[in-house]
Design a protein. Structure first.
Length: 310
């Protein structure tokens, strides 16, 4: 069905209808100009074979004015056409990149620009705060915005917080701006991430954030004792859990993340308790929640562990 424009004739407004409608107003038959047809989804304008349309991704990340999405292999030959469709669908998007996965110890995302401006830097706004990001050189996920807000809301006044995988600073800066911590020690092993972290701390005037660069274990030893540790490294956070417990003072909380099948969560809880015991801590509270679905059978899961030194 064609989309038609509302017409105007001197002091009359003319509303197009597909058939005569009796509403008590005068009616007449006339030609109307064709109107703009809104694009409801990039799928509507993606020029790819009909047989592949069912494989088009239904969701993707938006970081600033950059769309980041993963493609199944059968769609990769058509990635440029898909990128152009996304740009046409949303005028606010300036860059489309294909995500080829996070690799290496520094968690760097492998991306290819497939449409739009040839850049991977952008300005992302989250909870009213501004973050300069380079998605190809420092890891950042907009999908954790709600989790970052949840953690920030748990921080009490005058706490000392350690964020040893701070990236460009979304946890640390939000905590410093929303709460009144004594200090948030934000660090990362990635020197590029630390450059952006420093810039974002300054841009948001987050004076309560102390920035460092280095290995998480070494940083945790330097800043101890602390009241709270955020281990936002879901694929290997458990490797750093002993250091996190060791950095806690008389009592405190560690937030440790994992990518787990739901059936693995009970075993992970027991492992956390065992690590705490080895480090001389007693677990007083241990709760968990699903942050988001990671795959059809796995969840990005948060464990909030409150411990007391035995």
């Amino acid at each position: 069905m064609k989309q038609l424009r509302i017409g105007r004739d001197r002091d009359r407004i003319l509303l197009p209808t597909v058939r005569r409608v009796d509403l008590g107003f005068p009616t007449e038959e006339r030609e109307f100009e064709e109107g703009f047809v809104p694009i409801r989804s990039y799928k509507d304008v993606a020029q790819i074979p009909v047989s592949l349309r069912a494989s088009l991704p239904s969701s993707f990340d938006v970081v600033g004015d950059i769309v980041v999405f993963k493609l199944p292999e059968e769609l990769r030959p058509h990635r440029a056409a898909i990128g152009r469709a996304i740009l046409r669908w949303n005028a606010k998007i300036r860059v489309v990149v294909e995500d080829r996965g996070v690799r290496g110890p520094l968690r760097v995302r492998q991306v290819n620009v497939i449409a739009g401006e040839q850049r991977t830097t952008t300005l992302h706004i989250e909870h009213g705060l501004r973050y300069h990001v380079d998605i190809a050189r420092a890891y950042f996920s907009p999908r954790l915005a709600s989790e970052r807000r949840r953690i920030a809301d748990l921080v009490d006044e005058d706490e000392t917080v350690a964020d040893p995988f701070a990236g460009v600073g979304p946890y640390a800066i939000l905590i410093a701006k929303r709460r009144r911590p004594r200090v948030v020690h934000a660090s990362d092993a990635n020197s590029v991430a630390v450059e952006f972290l420093r810039a974002n701390v300054a841009a948001n005037r987050a004076n309560g954030v102390a920035v460092r660069q280095g290995d998480a274990r070494a940083i945790l030893r330097e800043v101890a004792p602390v009241d709270r540790v955020i281990l936002d490294l879901p694929h290997s956070a458990m490797d750093y859990l002993p250091s996190a417990f060791a950095a806690i003072g008389r009592s405190g909380t560690v937030h440790v993340y994992g990518i787990l099948e739901q059936t693995e969560e009970v075993e992970r809880r027991e492992t956390i308790r065992s690590v705490a015991q080895v480090e001389g801590m007693r677990v007083s509270i241990l709760s968990s929640r699903h942050v988001r679905a990671y795959s059809p059978t796995q969840y990005h899961t948060a464990f909030d562990v409150t411990v007391v030194r035995a």
